[in-house]
Design a protein around this ligand. Structure first.
Ligand SMILES: [Zn+2]
Length: 213
């Protein structure tokens, strides 16, 4: 199988954005809709902007794998998975197309209304599995789909990097074990081209702005 039933007490509250990371659309479509593949997603959006609904969101798709966000593990239980066609870092990572942004924006706004999902619960695969995954990556610009995940809230002037990572959504135990990967994931969401775990002044400043501006 490549999907399962949702448990009654596990309701959808997250949307997870991925890229397919495969050589072409046909391969991605085939894999994600093959019952023996062990992976699936609810939606696949082609470079032309066509939205394929591969699985009804009332079922649990298997897209995130081992994952953790805030204090929740196994994000598949609580999420809808959207795959964007892109060869990915392995086969030739390219910019996402205008059609993809348009369709992603429309689909997410529909899902947000239907499942009452808030902006802060729209996450990247690299957020919830930062030690294993880097999709959708630094070429995905979330502001192009009119999402601001962070509310303005200024509580004090100076935060440590760990405090900022918690505010971003990483769980303390995750930060403890995978701090460098968490920083790399944040850099990707800040659309840095050069991704490493260095905490430069510029990074701290940009991270601060992402959370509080
Ligand atoms: Zn993914």
């Amino acid at each position: 199988m490549n999907y399962s039933l949702r448990k009654k007490n596990k309701i959808v509250k997250y949307i997870v954005i991925h890229y397919t990371g495969m050589k072409n659309l046909k391969l991605a479509y085939k894999k994600l809709s093959n019952k023996n593949s062990n992976v699936s997603a609810h939606y696949l959006i082609s470079r032309k902007g066509i939205i394929f609904n591969l699985l009804c969101p009332k079922y649990k798709a298997w897209h995130a794998g081992k994952s953790k966000w805030k204090n929740i593990t196994n994000i598949n239980d609580y999420s809808i998975g959207i795959e964007l066609e892109n060869k990915g870092h392995e086969f030739g990572y390219s910019n996402f197309s205008k059609g993809q942004y348009n369709s992603t924006r429309k689909l997410i706004s529909f899902l947000k209304k239907n499942f009452k999902i808030s902006n802060k619960n729209i996450v990247f695969h690299s957020d919830i599995s930062p030690n294993r995954k880097r999709d959708p990556g630094e070429k995905f610009f979330i502001n192009k789909i009119n999402i601001n995940r962070f509310k303005k809230k200024k509580i004090k002037n100076k935060y440590s990097i760990n405090e900022m990572l918690v505010l971003y959504g990483f769980h303390n135990s995750y930060i403890k074990n995978h701090k460098n990967f968490c920083i790399e994931a944040v850099k990707r969401s800040l659309n840095y081209n050069n991704i490493n775990s260095t905490q430069s002044k510029k990074f701290l400043n940009d991270f601060n702005n992402l959370l509080f501006n």
